[in-house]
Design a protein around this ligand. Sequence first.
Ligand code: PMP
Length: 438
Amino acid sequence: MTRNDDLFARAQAAIPGGVNSPVRAFRSVGGSPLFLTSARGAYVTDADGREYVDMVASWGPAILGHAQPQVVAAVQEAAARGLGFGAATPAETELAELIEERVAPVDKVRLLSTGTEATMTAIRLARGFTGRDLLVKFAGLYHGHSDGLLAEAGSGVATLALPGSAGVTAATAGQTLVLPYNDLDAVRAVFAEHGDSIAAVITEAAAANMGVVAPDAGFNAALVDIAHAHGALVILDEVLTGFRVGRAGYWGLENAGVAGHPPYAPDLFTFGKVVGGGLPVAALGGRADVMDHLAPLGPVYQAGTLSGNPVAVAAGLTTLRLADAAVYAHLDSAALTISNAVSEALTDAGVAHAVQRAGNLFSFVFGENVAGGVRNYDEVRAQEAWRYPAFFHAMQDGGVSLPPSVFEAWFVTAAHDDAAIARIVEALPAAARAAAEA
Ligand code: PMP
């Protein structure tokens, strides 16, 4: 018995499943989850004192690496001035302005505490603005755990093989129309039938909660065209991609004037993760006329005791200010080096697979049938997912902490230097063999 095992046994008696967010329980890879006690740079340390190169990065926020000294100092300084006031603070406006400066279609921003709150509020706002009820989402995409968004919601639910969630009423579920991702014919058909009743389409800027599945070139732009032609709004969910894949998120990558990518302007954006630098900050932003429908100006209610919390905002603001072109260049090159090394090791071990990429986010699908890459949830689910647990545990034995599910993206940080990457590369041959023999 390791200390991790002991802690897990004790946690399971006190907390449902021993965890406060389901994917942490290692259900799809098996074994005791790691109980972490500290993290610095590219490394995390568990309760047994073992150190791992971390490819989870707090599920995205830690782009600068864990406990980045300037971010920690900013948090300490803010904390010393007061943990929270429940009143407006100057730094909230600075963070809102910084988001607006980076993401051109965002005129106004409301800060909240979690990505779930941001998407939930975005949908209420879209309904309040349009006076319509229906929401369109895509299968395998995750937008947090509010009731209407738990239909075919990817990673956590996919890991547990659940179709959605118990406790969601039929009335609520019935207002969410779920379509296959990357299928514009399905989008056109649903608008042809229900166009007058659809308030909004919500989509991840690039899908990364069923593993990584990039949108086809022009997919997001076409969504905006189709929705607008029917008076509906588009909510681009950048909770995971925002400020991680580039300074203006995945929208920024697609609107940088690259051939084959027509420009587009979603009505609302949701941000989380990186925008809080590891503390609870999320943001809803968008067109001023839509955003001004929020209380106190408009009739759509949203509020939060901890919204814009000064300590959390200090972490987000400092993280975004430090995330300059050099940081993004490093993330891109580290992601490419690591993903190519994994792919080579799998090929050497004879494991058919594909690397799925969206900017510096990546993941892997296993099997001959998916070796050409996958474009939607059905294709993702057709892979040999059972190869991943063996791969995962061999990497963990080799000192690398991977996302504990094949349906999750891998996250690099600016602290993933040559030494950290070398540790990953060293662990790969044994892990690839384990995947081959699984
Ligand atoms: N949207 C997306 C795209 C996400 O990846 C997530 C979280 N993984 C959420 C929303 C929900 O964010 P949170 O966990 O902060 O509620």
